[in-house]
Design a protein around this ligand. Sequence first.
Ligand code: HEC
Length: 222
Amino acid sequence: MLTMPTRANPDGCNAPKINRSLSALLGSVALCAVLSAGLAQAEAVPAGLTPAEVESARGIASTLLNQLGQALKTSIANDGPVAAVGVCKDVAPSIATNLSSQNGVQVKRVGTRVRNPNTGVPNSWQKEALSEFDSRLAQGEKPADLEYWRVVDGAQGKRELRFAKAIVTQQLCVTCHGKAEDIPAPLLEKIRAEYPQDEAIGYRVGQLRGAVVLTRSLGSDR
Ligand code: HEC
């Protein structure tokens, strides 16, 4: 069955011309359904990746987010947000480093704007993933569906998987990434003391905050 999208479509499918023949009209409705199905679809996984490789990348990204989220919540609950900034500074990079070495991948977080310039700045493919996520979010895609997959020719003739998963700002996050005037003074002072080049403030709930980015060498056998 064909279902017309409820949101406005940039291709103007919702405004068929009156003088079109019925078949042309039906044709354009069908095309419209195909286009909007394509828009709403999650990023396709490239051919050649095994289900195990896909699940592994997703699992590592989720583990990173879960472990960080848990550490953040525990630290805020036990010691308050000011102390949690210090915990973040030590714990966030070490969780990423541990997960990377345990799984033979490189995994970390990058930001659309960055607090830690040593770890959080996206490279060119990661920027591309972030800008793709931003437009897909604007088109109404669910944050949980925002994934980016590529397989490229990497170093020494080996195929390389590049995977990104969107990180969208939640209520908890604006405590430390919201508008400067909403952040309590001692917390803002602590953030500025630890991160003098901080640009990762001014976010609203629902906005793209960054991504988990993962690269893995897939070997040269396929
Ligand atoms: C207690 C304050 C605090 C809270 C709450 C917080 N963050 Fe952060 N965030 C930080 C600090 C500090 C860093 C820098 C960590 C480091 O040095 O690696 C950071 C870094 C990041 C980065 C890495 C990119 C960058 O800017 O360096 C992302 C992505 C991020 N936070 C997302 C989130 C999200 C999403 C939430 C909500 C689930 C959140 N943060 C909640 C303090 C916080």
